[in-house]
Design a protein around this ligand. Sequence first.
Ligand code: CP
Length: 310
Amino acid sequence: MKHLTSIRELYRDQAIELLDSAQQLSHVGERDIKKLPTLRGKTVVNLFFENSTRTRISFEIAAKRLSADVINVSAESSSVSKGESLKDTAQTLEALGADAIVLRHPLSGAPKNLASQGWISASVINAGDGSHEHPTQALLDALTLRQAFGSATDLAGVRVLIVGDILHSRVARSNILLLNLLGANVEIAGPKSLIPEGIEAMGVSTSNSFEEALSQRPDAVMMLRVQKERMQGEYFTSAQDYSNSWSLGSERLAMLREDAVILHPGPMNRGFEISAEAADDSRSQVLKQVSNGVAVRMAVLHHCLAGGER
Ligand code: CP
């Protein structure tokens, strides 16, 4: 595996191998000296055209734990702000020694385009492209679910409910693809205006009632942020109406099984799509997701840059 631009590039066994690697690599974070020499001499560039806390920092920590050199480039502080194209920017970074470009971009398909046009020979890893995909987020979510449910392989039979703004969510799209690949059952719930038409073709069932979806007793509930920055026009009548119907608050929390888990990719808007009570509930895996992000990104960098060999 040289690039990772979409979950569609992974076979089931490759996805499981990545999760196994991530599980092993997670132990590096528990050592006094949190370093492996695997990527010594390699240079990883985090090229971010959109803001990020978790993804950018965890890719940086992951690369450093593997002894790579890391450079962070944000579009607004680079010559992109003077009109330089993605092609010229990437070729410039490669001329400066980049072996991998971790790309977050507002345009769906930008990482795939960069990986496939022959402009550069560096690895390209998708750190989130528009509303399209966020493959490393899906992998860290799957690792979190594997740990929560004690699986060493896939997620066969695990029932995951994804709630909220599915339409604009790259996290939802990558999760649906990966959860299906790993044998989980996925239901999505949200207002009709925020559920893409024809999404059932991706192998999910849909619901327009949070209560009805919760009454099916899912094993995991993944809450999604409403992505106002990607919205043109109105998708619901008011923030209060949205929250009344789609927020995970105390009454809906009480409907969740005792052994269910709550996921949220972050950033959370407490009091909007998730209450503080739910975010801090003992079933919440939100911070575990964040720490698993480092392990998963170590595994992906390792497989892309070192062919998975230790
Ligand atoms: N989950 C996620 O992508 O968070 P950031 O935008 O902070 O990277």
